[in-house]
Every structure is written in structure tokens, then in C-alpha cells.
Design a protein around this ligand. Sequence first.
Ligand SMILES: Nc1ncnc2c1ncn2[C@@H]1O[C@H](COP(=O)(O)OP(=O)(O)OP(=O)(O)O)[C@@H](O)[C@H]1O
Length: 842
Amino acid sequence: MGGGPRTFPGGLSKWQHKRMHEKLARGKERGLLRHEKQLYLARLRSEIRASHLPGAPASPADHAGPTSSRAHIRALADRFLRPGAEDLWNDDDGPLRRARLPPHQQQPARSLPSGARMVDWKQVESGEKLKPPRGGGDWKDWEELDSGEPTAGRGAGNEQRLPAAFNQRRGYGTAAPWWWQWSPGSGTPSQRKEASFGFFGPKRCYSMMPPCSPCRESGAVLMPLVARQLAEAGDGRNATPLALFYTQERLYSVAAPRRFGQKWRPDSSDEDEEVMPAARDLRLAKFVASREDESEDDEPGETSAIRRKWSTAALRNCDMKRDRRPLKSYEEESDDDITGRIQELREEIRNREVLGAERRRYESRGESVFTNKRFDECGISPLTVKALTDAGYIQTTVVQEAALPVCLEGKDVLVKAKTGTGKSVAFLLPAIESVLNAMKSHTNHRVSPIFALVLCPTRELAVQVTAEANVLVKYHHGVGVQSLIGGTRFKLDQRRLESDPCQILVATPGRLLDHIENRSSFSVRLMGLKLLVLDEADHLLDLGFRKDIEKIADSLPRQRQTLLFSATVPKEVRRVSQMVLNKDHVFVDTVGLGAVETPTKVQQQYLVVPHELHFHMVHRLLREHIDQEVDYKVIVFCTTAMVTEFMYIMLRDLKLNVREIHSRKPQLYRTRISEEFRDSNRLILVTSDVSTRGVNYPDVTLVIQAGVPPGREHYIHRLGRTGREGKSGKGILLIAPWEEYFLKEIHDLPIQKAPVPQIDQEMKQKVDDSIKIVDMSIKEAAYHAWLGYYNSIADISRDKVMLADLASRFGVSIGMEKPPTLFRKTAFKMGLKGVPGIRIRK
Ligand SMILES: Nc1ncnc2c1ncn2[C@@H]1O[C@H](COP(=O)(O)OP(=O)(O)OP(=O)(O)O)[C@@H](O)[C@H]1O
């Protein structure tokens, strides 16, 4: 594929060279991890020593602050001990062994953190050697424990027993770690004390968060509608996780966090599922964590020996590892209470009817994205309101009305709202408010901390959000907004960050990580962070970005507010959103129950055309649209960057006013074209997935998607480039007969089959001629990219012979008599070696 030299320094082949670099990168990462583990242990030791010094602080609160050693230990512990962190461990850490718990601790009378046991403080204070636990138990396996002085309850005659850990081999005693009482949330001291065996790791610490009731959380702002109906439906206990709120003309739901002791089910993105937890469990059982897991969450100190593993690795008794959570399959779900389930399903149907009636009433009002609420009624700074007014923003949109109150309260929020409804302003306003609040208390810094961080999946989106934020902070002197995106010079970024004010940073994950990993002064600035926003959150939490986001989240203070925004929130994303959101987060859904996720004023059609005619058909559709719309503005989405390039050259040759943006173009070019397209009419933009999400080009009249998108979410976001701010628009999906399988994924959207327009012979000939002039190297690259794209789609790649045949036909359609060759290794990696129709490079 692609260009580039075939041999590399040292006579290495491309693949050897690549492997060598991968190996080096792995080695570097291992080194970093080793270093961090050592640091963790060292920190732990010094903390223990410090706690034994005279005049040691009496309570953990004395060490508060994001850069304190305790915060550091906590962060490190989080990183290494979190469920799923097994990936961070390597062979050097020693074999994993399942803990053999001493029998007397298998059911502790009082909840203890794992690895801890009751210690008699008198025994510890007298310096007496600790005896192995009564009832047996193996010290070797059970490297335990000892002591530190409890911050509360120590003193003469006090018999209180505290959880402790002792490292026999090293001969020092630790324990009752200072954060045994530490709580990131609020709660009464007694609650904390009871529930806070926060022994390394957020899970336990979070589990002591105080209960919060939906009514108390949000009821003051909005009027609960369904909560009452559900309560009437009979099961008050199950009815709490969701309240549907109805204000004046708007209908949206706010899923309040679970009540205490009631586990939030991350897999439930559907509103209906929130309404009927039991029914939801029935349908989505495969995502629900095991029962042991639940009990562990709800009973913070209980040892769940079944899944916990210990190792003899460097962290000794601290390096607790966990198995991956076994996922329950649908079949495993117990069916012993069929009658109860039927009853619950009946209730669900009844509730749906009620909600359906509300929805019809709401929709009958006609869909406007704007509400009657003005920004000056939202409790934001008057200077921000002034800037909003200058920009022409007077009334809030639906998502702004719904999300602002909750975000301004300081809660973690997950927001779902349709494309083009003003989500950027909805998260930028809370960001600005939190910066203003933070600046009041941070006046003496030479370089101000970064108080708000907005993460965007693409560079274009980051640039756009930065521009929007700059408009909003216009009157806040001293508040600076900067962007950090790939494709620019690292050193320049660094200089700009140091010289210009930057309290709000808008970044793409890759470049941000570069700065975090390479500039310690930058990481220090992030330690003051108050608010983190993930725009297009579902995409950022997707597999491609997840590791980066995890690393970024690890380097941010835990005491922060996190906001997630997207037009699509698949179930899987709700599950992994826990990675960054706290447990008591609020889910604001302005799309509504059972409503379509696409803008209602966008007409959606699909055309089924043989693949050979796709380029001709795109040309035909564009010509037709240009004839109909004087001020046309069209986006054509292609499957890959190289196919985009091919399409662009062909359309340009056909004398259409066309521009291209894709990942193969330099960043400056991308930014320039993006700005040009934003400000112009009578222009066609041919683009790949880099423009799928978030980018706001006003007044786009038509979106054509040529070829099947990678998934439902992509379809919705691409379509969302038209019909913004409640305007009308049109979307056409162009697929080949063998791509019709995709229609199943969007069957609930209002998309209709359109009759296939005729392509006359003269027009066909013109297109064929334009195809001929495209350079052969671009055609070859387009063929390779096409093959790679469809090979990554499971529905198509299953039948490799068919895929190779389709690829050959695609090759013919772009003017290649014979398909180009593939490198042997590439073919092997793609599973195409030996497949008829695939030619291998000799
Ligand atoms: N309150 C408002 N009044 C008028 N215009 C607004 C208001 N809020 C946002 N807009 C405008 O609406 C348009 C769409 O906003 P934005 O790009 O934030 O949408 P979005 O919901 O983030 O879309 P996407 O899901 O595609 O990212 C922008 O042009 C923005 O300037």
C-alpha cells in the first residue's frame, strides 16, 4: 500500500523496522510502568514513616490538595488496582495467585478491606510480634498487615480494632491507612466511618458516597412526571432511577442516580430501561456485572475472595489484582420469578403508553430547538450573558435549558441531545463559570492552572469549540482559551501555553497525552483542573480512544466535575462512562423516550445502486440538487480518505465547485478548507470521517453518504451536518445491493427508499472520462483503502471470496483493469492470502 521507502536503515524491511519500533515503544512503556510502581511503593513507605513521626497530622484532611503525597498515592493506587488494570501488569510482577483466605476471615464479622484483618492495637503498640491469625491461615499467602495509628479512636482503653496491613518480609508495619476514613464525597462522619474502608482504589471510596434521591437532586428544578406514575404503578423501590421531566413546553428525561444501595446499571442507555429496571435487567442481563460484584459495591468492606487475586509482586500486599468481571449471559438470568417479571413487563407497557401520549403531545407542538428561557435567567455571569447577546444567543435551546441547571450545580452529567442543538454552548457555559469560581481562589499563580479541559475527537471540532469559547469569554479579561491539536508543532504549542493565558484548554486526546507525558510543568498545571468535558463522548470512549482517555483521566485530579455530551449514547458507552463519571452522575436526555435520534426536519432517503455506478450517481444527485437549490451547500461523505481523494479529483474534473477534507491532508489545509466551507454557499465538500462529528457548517442543504457508514452512530452524526438549529435539510444514503444489511441498523429512523434516477449515456460518458484522468497511484491507494475498510466490517468480511470479488469490481469501476497487488504481509494480516482475486506482490 502507500508510498515510502521499501528498506530502512540497517537494511531492515518495512515490517522489521515497524516491529523494532513497536518493541522499543513497549520497552519504554514497561520502563515507565516500573518506575511508577517504584514511586508508588516509595510514596507509600514515606507516608508510613511520616505518620509515625511526632506531630504527624491528625487527620487526612490535613493533607488535602491535589499535589499532596496522599493524593499521589491515591492516584497511583487507582491506576494499578482498578478493575481491568491487569493490563498494566507484566511478567516482572510475578505470577498471579488466588488468595487463600484464612478461614476466620472468609466471613468477617465487620466489613474490612480485602487484605486487612482486625488488629488489636494493644498488641501493636506493645511492639509484640503479630501472631498468625487464629484458626489457621498462611502467612506466606496472606502477607499481612499491621498497624498505623488510627486517627480516631486511639487512646487509653480504646479497644477499637481497625483494618491494617502488615508486610512481614519487609518488616515494617503499616496500616489503617490514613484514608481509611477518606471520602471524596460528602456524608456524615459516621457514614464515612462505617462505609469507608477505601483501601486503595476508587471503587470502595465511591461506594461510601451518600445516597441521593432523584427528587432531592433535580426536583427543585424540574417537575417530576413519571416518578409519580411509576410510584402509582406499584413498585416504588424500582421506580426511582428515572424521572421524566416536563417543563412548560419541553419534554426530557433526567435519570437521577441510583438510591443508596441500589446499583446503577451502566448498560441502560434506553430511557425505557431506566423506567423499568427489572425489565431492563431481563433484556440486558449479559452486560450486568456478577452478583459478587454488586455485593462488593454495596458493602464496601466485604472481602470478595472469589474474584480477588494477590501477587507477590513489588507492591506486596497492596498489589491486589482482580479477575475480569464475568459477564452474565442472558440464559444465566434466573427465571424463578416469572410471574413477577410478567407483572413488571405489564407495568412497562403501561408506562410506555403514558409516555407515548406525553411524547405525542410534545411533538404536536412542532419541534423548535429553542425554549422560552433566556440566558440571563440561567444564573451565569452577566459578562457571559453580554457576550452571548453579542453573538445573537438570547434564548436557550432545549439541551441548554435542560443541562445548564444540573451542570451549574457541580454534578457529573451525561447529556444526550440531537445534532445541531447547541451542545457546545451547553458545556462551555458551565466551564466558564467553573473557571471564574476557581480564579477567585487562585490569584497568586505565576502561570495559572488549567481549570477546564474540553476533549474533542477531531482537530476540526477542537478548533471550532475553541473559537466558540473565545466568543463567550470575550468580556472576561484574563481568561484565556487555547487549543492543543495534532498536526501542529509541539514546541510552538508549548511556548504558546506558557506565554498566553490558558484557563480553558480544548484538546484532541493524542496531542494532549504527548504534553502530559513529556512536560511535567504541564501536568502540574492540570492538577488544578476543576472541570473535564468529553464532547462526542461516545466516540471518545470508543475502543479507538479509550486507552488515551484512561491515561488522561489518570493524570487529572479526581476531585473534579465531568461532563459528557453526545448526540448518540449507545449502551456500551453508558457502561464505560463510569470510567470518568462518578456514580452519582445525572443522565440528561433531551432526545426523549422512544423518539428518533435524527432531526425531524431532515428528509432521509436511501438509494440502492450497483457499486459500479456510485460515482456516476453522486454526480447525478449533485447536478440535480444544484439545479434545485440556488444556495446549495453539500457534504459528500466517502468511506475512506483515499476514496475521498479520488471522488474529489473526479468531481473537480466535472467542473463542480468542490473542496476536500480528509486525514491525509495537512492540518493547515484542513483548517483553511473548513473555514472556507463554513463561510460559503454554493460549495461541495467531499470528506471522510474527520467531518462526521460535531463540526458546525451552517445551512448545509444536502448530505450524501456514498457507501455504507461504519455504524448507526456514524450515520446519525453525518446526517446531523444538515438540519442544524432546527432548520430543514436532506440526507441521501447511497448503498450497493450487498450493503442493504445496514438498513437493519437504522430501521427505526424515518428513512425511505427513493426511486433510482436515470443516468443518461452522455452523462455517464463524461464521468467515465473524468475517472480516466485520475492518477493510477491514487486509484491503487483507493482500491487498497476500500479493501481495508470493507474488510473491517464484520458483515462483509466474513466471506473473503465475495469481498475480493467486490473489490475487483470496485477497481474496475475506478478504471483499473486488474486489481493492484497487495504486500504478502498485508494480505496475510487481512486474512486475504490465497483468496482468489487477491494479487500478491512478488
Ligand atoms: N442559544 C442559542 N441561540 C442561537 N444559536 C445557538 C444557540 N446555541 C447554539 N447555537 C448555534 O447552534 C449551532 C449548533 O450548535 P453546536 O455546534 O453546539 O451543536 P451540537 O449540538 O454540538 O451539534 P453536534 O451534535 O453536531 O456536535 C451553532 O451554530 C451555534 O452557534
